[in-house]
Write a protein that binds this ligand. Structure first.
Ligand code: FAD
Length: 397
Protein backbone atom coordinates (compact mmCIF):
# COMPACT_ATOMS: atom_id res chain seq x y z
CA UNK A 1 0.00 0.00 0.00
CA UNK A 2 1.52 3.34 -1.04
CA UNK A 3 1.96 6.10 1.49
CA UNK A 4 -0.09 8.55 -0.54
CA UNK A 5 -3.41 6.74 -0.09
CA UNK A 6 -2.95 5.91 3.56
CA UNK A 7 -4.72 8.20 6.00
CA UNK A 8 -5.58 6.09 9.00
CA UNK A 9 -4.19 3.07 10.79
CA UNK A 10 -6.05 1.18 13.50
CA UNK A 11 -4.08 -1.05 15.84
CA UNK A 12 -6.06 -3.66 17.77
CA UNK A 13 -4.39 -4.62 21.05
CA UNK A 14 -2.43 -2.12 23.13
CA UNK A 15 0.35 -4.36 24.45
CA UNK A 16 4.03 -4.61 23.62
CA UNK A 17 3.57 -5.07 19.87
CA UNK A 18 0.65 -2.65 19.44
CA UNK A 19 2.39 0.19 21.28
CA UNK A 20 5.60 -0.39 19.31
CA UNK A 21 3.75 -0.41 15.98
CA UNK A 22 2.06 2.90 16.81
CA UNK A 23 5.33 4.57 17.79
CA UNK A 24 7.19 3.09 14.79
CA UNK A 25 4.60 4.51 12.38
CA UNK A 26 5.31 7.98 13.79
CA UNK A 27 9.07 7.44 13.78
CA UNK A 28 8.75 6.46 10.12
CA UNK A 29 7.03 9.85 9.53
CA UNK A 30 3.47 8.65 9.01
CA UNK A 31 1.38 11.79 9.48
CA UNK A 32 -2.13 10.29 9.35
CA UNK A 33 -4.41 9.10 12.15
CA UNK A 34 -3.26 6.32 14.47
CA UNK A 35 -5.71 4.71 16.86
CA UNK A 36 -4.46 2.19 19.39
CA UNK A 37 -7.35 0.22 20.88
CA UNK A 38 -6.85 -1.99 23.94
CA UNK A 39 -9.11 -4.10 26.12
CA UNK A 40 -7.12 -3.46 29.28
CA UNK A 41 -7.65 -0.19 31.12
CA UNK A 42 -3.95 0.52 31.61
CA UNK A 43 -1.68 2.52 29.34
CA UNK A 44 0.44 -0.13 27.49
CA UNK A 45 2.80 -1.90 29.89
CA UNK A 46 5.42 -4.61 29.84
CA UNK A 47 4.57 -8.10 31.01
CA UNK A 48 7.97 -9.63 31.86
CA UNK A 49 8.12 -8.10 35.38
CA UNK A 50 4.71 -9.61 36.22
CA UNK A 51 6.37 -12.95 37.05
CA UNK A 52 9.57 -11.34 38.35
CA UNK A 53 10.07 -7.96 40.09
CA UNK A 54 6.42 -6.93 40.10
CA UNK A 55 5.35 -10.21 41.68
CA UNK A 56 7.98 -9.88 44.43
CA UNK A 57 7.01 -6.23 45.00
CA UNK A 58 10.43 -4.91 43.91
CA UNK A 59 9.06 -3.16 40.80
CA UNK A 60 6.19 -0.68 41.24
CA UNK A 61 3.19 -0.63 38.89
CA UNK A 62 4.12 2.83 37.55
CA UNK A 63 7.41 1.43 36.28
CA UNK A 64 5.71 -1.13 34.05
CA UNK A 65 4.39 1.35 31.47
CA UNK A 66 6.62 1.91 28.43
CA UNK A 67 5.51 5.52 28.14
CA UNK A 68 3.14 7.91 29.83
CA UNK A 69 -0.29 8.68 28.37
CA UNK A 70 1.17 12.13 27.58
CA UNK A 71 3.84 10.63 25.34
CA UNK A 72 1.13 9.05 23.16
CA UNK A 73 -0.76 12.35 23.10
CA UNK A 74 2.39 14.20 22.06
CA UNK A 75 2.91 11.68 19.24
CA UNK A 76 -0.71 12.27 18.25
CA UNK A 77 -1.63 8.62 18.84
CA UNK A 78 -5.19 8.21 20.04
CA UNK A 79 -5.37 5.69 22.87
CA UNK A 80 -8.75 3.99 23.18
CA UNK A 81 -8.38 1.92 26.35
CA UNK A 82 -10.73 -0.34 28.26
CA UNK A 83 -12.50 -1.09 24.99
CA UNK A 84 -12.65 -4.41 23.21
CA UNK A 85 -12.82 -4.76 19.45
CA UNK A 86 -15.68 -7.20 18.83
CA UNK A 87 -15.59 -7.42 15.04
CA UNK A 88 -13.34 -6.63 12.12
CA UNK A 89 -15.01 -5.92 8.79
CA UNK A 90 -12.35 -6.09 6.06
CA UNK A 91 -14.78 -5.15 3.25
CA UNK A 92 -15.95 -1.96 4.97
CA UNK A 93 -12.47 -1.34 6.44
CA UNK A 94 -13.71 -0.83 9.97
CA UNK A 95 -13.65 -2.35 13.43
CA UNK A 96 -16.59 -2.42 15.82
CA UNK A 97 -16.04 -1.79 19.52
CA UNK A 98 -17.93 -3.24 22.47
CA UNK A 99 -19.78 0.06 22.96
CA UNK A 100 -21.13 -0.10 19.39
CA UNK A 101 -18.69 2.53 18.14
CA UNK A 102 -17.18 1.88 14.68
CA UNK A 103 -13.69 2.98 13.71
CA UNK A 104 -12.70 3.01 10.04
CA UNK A 105 -9.19 2.44 8.74
CA UNK A 106 -7.05 2.24 5.63
CA UNK A 107 -4.73 -0.29 7.27
CA UNK A 108 -5.25 -2.41 10.38
CA UNK A 109 -2.58 -4.05 12.53
CA UNK A 110 -3.78 -6.87 14.75
CA UNK A 111 -1.68 -7.10 17.93
CA UNK A 112 -4.10 -9.07 20.07
CA UNK A 113 -1.43 -11.12 21.88
CA UNK A 114 -2.11 -14.45 23.49
CA UNK A 115 -4.24 -15.65 26.38
CA UNK A 116 -3.12 -17.92 29.19
CA UNK A 117 -4.11 -21.51 28.49
CA UNK A 118 -6.68 -22.68 31.05
CA UNK A 119 -7.09 -26.29 32.12
CA UNK A 120 -10.42 -27.89 31.45
CA UNK A 121 -10.20 -30.28 34.39
CA UNK A 122 -12.49 -31.19 37.31
CA UNK A 123 -12.31 -28.53 40.00
CA UNK A 124 -10.76 -25.90 37.71
CA UNK A 125 -13.48 -23.44 38.80
CA UNK A 126 -12.40 -23.48 42.48
CA UNK A 127 -11.18 -20.20 43.99
CA UNK A 128 -7.45 -19.46 44.24
CA UNK A 129 -6.58 -21.05 40.90
CA UNK A 130 -4.87 -18.33 38.88
CA UNK A 131 -3.26 -17.61 35.55
CA UNK A 132 -0.66 -14.88 34.98
CA UNK A 133 -1.01 -12.69 31.92
CA UNK A 134 -2.18 -9.24 33.00
CA UNK A 135 -1.31 -6.81 35.74
CA UNK A 136 -4.63 -7.66 37.39
CA UNK A 137 -3.72 -11.38 37.38
CA UNK A 138 -0.37 -10.54 39.00
CA UNK A 139 -2.00 -8.40 41.71
CA UNK A 140 -4.46 -11.19 42.55
CA UNK A 141 -1.75 -13.83 42.77
CA UNK A 142 0.49 -11.56 44.84
CA UNK A 143 -2.25 -10.96 47.40
CA UNK A 144 -2.22 -14.69 48.21
CA UNK A 145 1.56 -15.07 48.36
CA UNK A 146 2.01 -14.65 52.10
CA UNK A 147 4.92 -16.33 53.96
CA UNK A 148 4.19 -19.99 54.60
CA UNK A 149 1.46 -20.32 51.97
CA UNK A 150 1.62 -23.36 49.68
CA UNK A 151 1.75 -22.60 45.97
CA UNK A 152 1.50 -25.27 43.27
CA UNK A 153 2.70 -24.12 39.85
CA UNK A 154 1.43 -26.19 36.94
CA UNK A 155 3.89 -26.02 34.05
CA UNK A 156 7.68 -25.95 34.08
CA UNK A 157 8.18 -23.33 31.37
CA UNK A 158 9.81 -19.93 31.87
CA UNK A 159 6.74 -18.22 33.27
CA UNK A 160 6.08 -20.99 35.79
CA UNK A 161 9.70 -21.14 36.92
CA UNK A 162 9.99 -17.38 37.27
CA UNK A 163 6.79 -17.19 39.30
CA UNK A 164 7.99 -20.13 41.44
CA UNK A 165 11.29 -18.34 42.18
CA UNK A 166 9.45 -15.09 43.01
CA UNK A 167 7.00 -16.88 45.30
CA UNK A 168 9.90 -18.58 47.09
CA UNK A 169 11.45 -15.16 47.68
CA UNK A 170 8.20 -14.10 49.32
CA UNK A 171 8.41 -17.08 51.69
CA UNK A 172 5.95 -19.43 49.97
CA UNK A 173 6.42 -23.16 49.96
CA UNK A 174 6.39 -24.03 46.23
CA UNK A 175 5.84 -27.17 44.15
CA UNK A 176 6.33 -27.06 40.36
CA UNK A 177 4.43 -29.78 38.49
CA UNK A 178 5.56 -30.59 34.95
CA UNK A 179 3.91 -33.28 32.82
CA UNK A 180 6.96 -33.91 30.62
CA UNK A 181 10.11 -35.65 31.88
CA UNK A 182 12.09 -32.38 31.97
CA UNK A 183 11.56 -28.65 32.43
CA UNK A 184 11.67 -26.20 29.49
CA UNK A 185 11.63 -29.08 27.03
CA UNK A 186 10.43 -26.96 24.12
CA UNK A 187 12.63 -23.94 24.72
CA UNK A 188 16.05 -24.82 26.13
CA UNK A 189 18.78 -27.43 25.77
CA UNK A 190 18.57 -30.39 28.16
CA UNK A 191 21.77 -29.09 29.82
CA UNK A 192 20.25 -25.70 30.67
CA UNK A 193 16.90 -27.22 31.60
CA UNK A 194 18.55 -29.66 34.02
CA UNK A 195 20.75 -26.91 35.48
CA UNK A 196 17.68 -24.79 36.19
CA UNK A 197 15.89 -27.78 37.68
CA UNK A 198 18.78 -28.33 40.10
CA UNK A 199 18.88 -24.61 40.93
CA UNK A 200 15.18 -24.64 41.80
CA UNK A 201 15.58 -27.74 43.94
CA UNK A 202 18.61 -26.25 45.74
CA UNK A 203 16.50 -23.17 46.43
CA UNK A 204 13.91 -25.24 48.25
CA UNK A 205 11.35 -25.68 45.47
CA UNK A 206 9.91 -29.13 44.97
CA UNK A 207 10.01 -29.98 41.25
CA UNK A 208 7.85 -32.90 40.09
CA UNK A 209 8.62 -34.14 36.57
CA UNK A 210 6.51 -36.46 34.42
CA UNK A 211 3.44 -35.79 36.56
CA UNK A 212 0.19 -35.01 34.75
CA UNK A 213 -2.53 -33.07 36.58
CA UNK A 214 -5.95 -34.67 36.51
CA UNK A 215 -7.93 -32.20 38.60
CA UNK A 216 -8.29 -30.08 41.73
CA UNK A 217 -10.05 -30.76 44.98
CA UNK A 218 -11.36 -28.45 47.67
CA UNK A 219 -14.58 -27.02 49.10
CA UNK A 220 -14.86 -23.47 47.73
CA UNK A 221 -11.18 -22.83 47.40
CA UNK A 222 -8.54 -25.18 46.03
CA UNK A 223 -6.97 -27.47 48.64
CA UNK A 224 -4.99 -29.88 46.53
CA UNK A 225 -3.90 -30.70 43.01
CA UNK A 226 -4.68 -34.29 42.02
CA UNK A 227 -2.05 -36.00 39.88
CA UNK A 228 -2.60 -38.89 37.47
CA UNK A 229 -0.06 -40.90 39.49
CA UNK A 230 -2.52 -40.85 42.41
CA UNK A 231 -0.52 -38.34 44.42
CA UNK A 232 -2.17 -35.18 45.80
CA UNK A 233 -0.19 -31.95 46.20
CA UNK A 234 -1.60 -29.79 49.02
CA UNK A 235 -1.97 -26.18 47.87
CA UNK A 236 -3.54 -22.93 49.09
CA UNK A 237 -2.92 -21.34 45.69
CA UNK A 238 -2.41 -22.73 42.21
CA UNK A 239 -0.83 -20.97 39.26
CA UNK A 240 -1.65 -22.53 35.90
CA UNK A 241 1.36 -21.70 33.72
CA UNK A 242 0.56 -24.00 30.84
CA UNK A 243 1.52 -21.71 27.96
CA UNK A 244 -0.27 -19.18 25.81
CA UNK A 245 -2.92 -19.51 23.10
CA UNK A 246 -2.87 -16.93 20.30
CA UNK A 247 -5.87 -14.57 20.36
CA UNK A 248 -7.21 -15.23 16.87
CA UNK A 249 -11.01 -15.09 17.23
CA UNK A 250 -11.33 -11.62 15.70
CA UNK A 251 -9.16 -12.56 12.72
CA UNK A 252 -10.86 -15.90 12.18
CA UNK A 253 -14.33 -14.34 12.19
CA UNK A 254 -13.08 -11.85 9.59
CA UNK A 255 -11.97 -14.67 7.26
CA UNK A 256 -8.24 -14.29 7.91
CA UNK A 257 -6.19 -17.49 7.64
CA UNK A 258 -5.12 -18.80 11.04
CA UNK A 259 -3.20 -21.88 12.18
CA UNK A 260 -1.59 -21.69 15.62
CA UNK A 261 -1.92 -17.91 15.29
CA UNK A 262 -2.74 -15.47 12.52
CA UNK A 263 -0.74 -16.53 9.45
CA UNK A 264 1.40 -13.77 7.97
CA UNK A 265 4.30 -13.28 5.61
CA UNK A 266 7.61 -12.03 7.02
CA UNK A 267 6.29 -8.43 6.90
CA UNK A 268 3.21 -9.24 8.98
CA UNK A 269 0.77 -9.24 6.02
CA UNK A 270 -2.22 -11.52 6.39
CA UNK A 271 -4.10 -13.00 3.43
CA UNK A 272 -6.39 -9.93 3.42
CA UNK A 273 -4.94 -6.81 1.83
CA UNK A 274 -4.26 -3.99 4.29
CA UNK A 275 -4.55 -6.20 7.40
CA UNK A 276 -1.42 -7.15 9.31
CA UNK A 277 -0.73 -9.16 12.46
CA UNK A 278 2.24 -8.86 14.84
CA UNK A 279 3.45 -10.17 18.19
CA UNK A 280 2.20 -13.17 20.14
CA UNK A 281 -0.93 -13.51 17.98
CA UNK A 282 1.04 -13.91 14.72
CA UNK A 283 2.42 -17.08 13.19
CA UNK A 284 4.84 -15.47 10.79
CA UNK A 285 6.87 -16.72 7.85
CA UNK A 286 10.59 -16.17 8.38
CA UNK A 287 12.48 -13.74 6.18
CA UNK A 288 14.88 -16.60 5.41
CA UNK A 289 12.00 -18.59 3.93
CA UNK A 290 11.97 -21.06 6.85
CA UNK A 291 8.73 -22.46 8.31
CA UNK A 292 6.15 -20.23 9.99
CA UNK A 293 6.92 -19.53 13.61
CA UNK A 294 4.95 -18.13 16.51
CA UNK A 295 7.29 -16.80 19.17
CA UNK A 296 6.14 -15.31 22.44
CA UNK A 297 8.90 -12.85 23.25
CA UNK A 298 9.38 -9.13 23.68
CA UNK A 299 12.05 -8.97 20.98
CA UNK A 300 9.84 -10.76 18.47
CA UNK A 301 6.88 -8.48 19.24
CA UNK A 302 9.04 -5.36 18.79
CA UNK A 303 10.72 -6.59 15.60
CA UNK A 304 7.50 -7.68 13.96
CA UNK A 305 5.77 -4.43 14.90
CA UNK A 306 8.54 -2.34 13.35
CA UNK A 307 8.67 -4.45 10.20
CA UNK A 308 4.91 -4.30 9.75
CA UNK A 309 4.87 -0.53 10.34
CA UNK A 310 7.49 -0.13 7.60
CA UNK A 311 5.55 -2.47 5.30
CA UNK A 312 2.28 -0.57 5.87
CA UNK A 313 4.07 2.61 4.76
CA UNK A 314 5.87 0.93 1.84
CA UNK A 315 9.29 1.69 3.35
CA UNK A 316 12.40 -0.52 3.46
CA UNK A 317 12.11 -3.02 6.29
CA UNK A 318 14.45 -2.85 9.28
CA UNK A 319 17.10 -5.61 9.12
CA UNK A 320 15.99 -8.80 10.88
CA UNK A 321 17.73 -9.69 14.13
CA UNK A 322 18.72 -13.01 15.63
CA UNK A 323 15.89 -14.14 17.98
CA UNK A 324 16.55 -13.16 21.58
CA UNK A 325 14.88 -14.18 24.82
CA UNK A 326 15.73 -13.71 28.46
CA UNK A 327 14.49 -14.98 31.77
CA UNK A 328 15.33 -14.11 35.38
CA UNK A 329 15.12 -16.51 38.26
CA UNK A 330 16.49 -15.96 41.78
CA UNK A 331 18.02 -12.69 40.56
CA UNK A 332 20.08 -14.53 37.93
CA UNK A 333 19.72 -13.90 34.23
CA UNK A 334 19.40 -16.47 31.46
CA UNK A 335 19.90 -15.04 27.96
CA UNK A 336 19.17 -17.02 24.81
CA UNK A 337 20.03 -16.05 21.24
CA UNK A 338 19.15 -18.06 18.17
CA UNK A 339 16.71 -20.91 17.82
CA UNK A 340 16.85 -24.64 17.43
CA UNK A 341 13.88 -25.81 15.38
CA UNK A 342 11.97 -28.83 16.75
CA UNK A 343 13.46 -32.10 15.51
CA UNK A 344 16.92 -30.67 14.79
CA UNK A 345 19.60 -32.59 16.67
CA UNK A 346 22.44 -30.57 18.10
CA UNK A 347 25.86 -30.96 19.64
CA UNK A 348 25.72 -28.92 22.86
CA UNK A 349 28.96 -27.70 24.41
CA UNK A 350 29.29 -26.13 27.84
CA UNK A 351 31.67 -23.47 29.02
CA UNK A 352 31.66 -22.81 32.77
CA UNK A 353 29.96 -24.63 35.62
CA UNK A 354 26.43 -25.97 35.10
CA UNK A 355 25.81 -25.45 38.83
CA UNK A 356 27.08 -21.87 38.68
CA UNK A 357 27.61 -19.52 35.72
CA UNK A 358 27.65 -21.21 32.33
CA UNK A 359 27.03 -20.91 28.61
CA UNK A 360 25.72 -23.68 26.37
CA UNK A 361 26.64 -23.44 22.69
CA UNK A 362 24.34 -25.40 20.39
CA UNK A 363 25.80 -26.54 17.07
CA UNK A 364 24.28 -28.38 14.16
CA UNK A 365 26.77 -29.59 11.56
CA UNK A 366 29.32 -27.18 13.05
CA UNK A 367 27.05 -24.15 12.61
CA UNK A 368 26.28 -22.28 15.84
CA UNK A 369 22.46 -22.26 16.02
CA UNK A 370 21.92 -20.90 19.51
CA UNK A 371 23.59 -19.91 22.74
CA UNK A 372 22.13 -20.04 26.25
CA UNK A 373 24.12 -18.02 28.77
CA UNK A 374 23.34 -18.16 32.46
CA UNK A 375 24.81 -15.19 34.26
CA UNK A 376 27.50 -14.84 31.57
CA UNK A 377 26.60 -11.59 29.79
CA UNK A 378 30.01 -11.13 28.18
CA UNK A 379 30.07 -14.59 26.59
CA UNK A 380 26.50 -14.01 25.50
CA UNK A 381 27.25 -10.81 23.61
CA UNK A 382 30.19 -12.42 21.80
CA UNK A 383 28.27 -15.56 20.90
CA UNK A 384 25.21 -13.63 19.76
CA UNK A 385 27.27 -12.16 16.92
CA UNK A 386 28.42 -15.62 15.83
CA UNK A 387 25.01 -17.25 15.48
CA UNK A 388 24.75 -18.83 12.04
CA UNK A 389 28.54 -19.08 11.67
CA UNK A 390 30.44 -22.28 11.03
CA UNK A 391 33.11 -23.41 13.53
CA UNK A 392 32.41 -20.55 15.94
CA UNK A 393 35.15 -20.67 18.58
CA UNK A 394 34.14 -21.11 22.22
CA UNK A 395 35.57 -18.76 24.85
CA UNK A 396 38.05 -20.15 27.35
CA UNK A 397 36.25 -21.59 30.39
P1 FAD B 1 0.31 -8.56 24.64
O1 FAD B 1 1.41 -7.84 25.34
O2 FAD B 1 -0.36 -9.68 25.33
O3 FAD B 1 -0.78 -7.48 24.23
C1 FAD B 1 -1.98 -7.83 23.58
C2 FAD B 1 -3.06 -6.89 24.06
O4 FAD B 1 -4.17 -6.97 23.17
C3 FAD B 1 -3.60 -7.26 25.44
O5 FAD B 1 -3.59 -6.13 26.27
C4 FAD B 1 -5.04 -7.71 25.14
O6 FAD B 1 -5.95 -7.43 26.19
C5 FAD B 1 -5.36 -6.89 23.91
N1 FAD B 1 -6.47 -7.44 23.10
C6 FAD B 1 -6.64 -8.72 22.68
N2 FAD B 1 -7.77 -8.83 21.95
C7 FAD B 1 -8.32 -7.59 21.91
C8 FAD B 1 -9.49 -7.06 21.29
N3 FAD B 1 -10.33 -7.82 20.58
N4 FAD B 1 -9.75 -5.74 21.45
C9 FAD B 1 -8.91 -4.95 22.17
N5 FAD B 1 -7.78 -5.39 22.76
C10 FAD B 1 -7.49 -6.70 22.62
N6 FAD B 1 9.10 -12.23 26.96
C11 FAD B 1 10.45 -12.10 26.98
O7 FAD B 1 11.07 -11.91 25.93
N7 FAD B 1 11.14 -12.19 28.17
C12 FAD B 1 10.51 -12.38 29.35
O8 FAD B 1 11.16 -12.45 30.39
C13 FAD B 1 9.09 -12.52 29.35
N8 FAD B 1 8.41 -12.66 30.51
C14 FAD B 1 7.04 -12.74 30.49
C15 FAD B 1 6.36 -12.85 31.69
C16 FAD B 1 4.96 -12.92 31.71
C17 FAD B 1 4.24 -13.03 33.02
C18 FAD B 1 4.25 -12.87 30.49
C19 FAD B 1 2.74 -12.96 30.50
C20 FAD B 1 4.92 -12.76 29.28
C21 FAD B 1 6.32 -12.68 29.27
N9 FAD B 1 7.04 -12.55 28.08
C22 FAD B 1 8.41 -12.43 28.10
C23 FAD B 1 6.34 -12.54 26.79
C24 FAD B 1 6.05 -11.13 26.30
O9 FAD B 1 5.54 -10.34 27.35
C25 FAD B 1 5.07 -11.20 25.15
O10 FAD B 1 5.68 -11.93 24.12
C26 FAD B 1 4.64 -9.81 24.66
O11 FAD B 1 3.91 -9.16 25.65
C27 FAD B 1 3.81 -9.93 23.40
O12 FAD B 1 3.29 -8.70 23.06
P2 FAD B 1 1.90 -8.57 22.27
O13 FAD B 1 1.67 -7.12 22.08
O14 FAD B 1 1.91 -9.47 21.10
O15 FAD B 1 0.83 -9.17 23.26
Amino acid sequence: MGRGMLQSVVIVGAGQAGAEAAMALRQFKFAGEIRLIGREASVPYERPPLSKGFLTGDVAAERLCFRTADAYARANIELILGREVRALDPAERRVLLDDGYAVTFDACILATGSAARRLDLPGAELANIFVLRTIEDAKQLRRGLVPGCRLAVIGGGYLGLEAAASARKLGASVTVIEALPSLLSRSASPLTADALCRLHRRSGIEVLLGEAVKGFSGELSVESVMLASGRAVAADLVLVAAGGVAETALAQDAGIDCANGILTDSDGRTNIDGIYAVGDCANAAQHTGGPHRRLESVQCAVQQARRAAAAVLGLPRPAPKVPYFWSEQFGLKLQIAGLVEPGVSTRDEVVGDLDGDFAVYRFSEDVLLAVEAFNRPRDFIQAQQRIGMRDAALPAA
